[in-house]
Design a protein around this ligand. Sequence first.
Ligand code: ATP
Ligand code: MG
Length: 278
Amino acid sequence: MWLVGMDTRDEKGDPMTYILAIANQKGGVAKTTTVVSLGGALAKMGNEVLLVDLDAQANLTLSLGNDPNGAHGSIADVLLNSADIYSVSRQSGIEGIDLVPANQEMDLAERFLPIRQNYECILRDGLNGRQAYDFILLDCPPSMGAVTLNALNAAHMLIIPTQPEYFSAHALRNMMAATRKVRGQNNPDLVYRVLITMQDRRNRIHRELSEQILNTFGDGVFRTVIQLDTKLRESAVAGLPITHYRTTTRSTLQYNALAEELIQYVEETNQQADPEFI
Ligand SMILES: Nc1ncnc2c1ncn2[C@@H]1O[C@H](COP(=O)(O)OP(=O)(O)OP(=O)(O)O)[C@@H](O)[C@H]1O
Ligand SMILES: [Mg+2]
């Protein structure tokens, strides 16, 4: 585990879990692919990882070869019926990765969550106080509703995958507004990172827009860029993260680099927070 030897402990001295929300209201920008692939890379590095499917489409659940309607329940039971999140988690079949599945009941969650008291923080409370995992990755639906709001309130970091396409810029502005709102209410320490995905280096527009995103968001953009790789589609059909499907394909190397960049950031942040390092 990467946490070993580091002082990543909360006030009570318990090891900390780093929670990532992967969200963008724009559809098809590689949110789910990033959850599976980054999760795979982190697990291969020896971390214990929990992947949480928050989308009624259940693409995360399916892309790990799991049945969305399995007997153990789903994340909707946590959000709507106060079920314990660990009672609905299951082994994904991949070493180091557990999964909380989703199914169509998440459509109900989107509608009925706002009726519940303090509904924005139900997921955060459900994940609180459990240190079994080094990383928890939350796969959000392509909308900025009650479910995504729960993920942003539970997370330390919001990762916003985005394609270097013209219409993605508008969605990015909306995600920034959502981040500011969440910071101003229940989660003041939320940080964000834009992740450029599905980049085609041969495409001039892609190169120019990638440059513009870097210029606009500066340190708010991961240096690692995920380029187009058709093997990613194959790995989803095979029910495996790309990191476990093809160890040397381009996107495996890039998602490994992303995991390393993330871990370096978390280590540096923890050192700054630790008085011994100041
Ligand atoms: N780097 C890539 N190269 C090629 N194809 C990719 C890449 N990343 C993702 N894809 C493909 O693009 C499609 C959309 O990806 P994905 O389902 O991860 O997006 P999403 O943002 O989760 O979508 P939704 O908004 O519907 O939840 C999938 O078919 C996936 O295999
Ligand atoms: Mg998805």
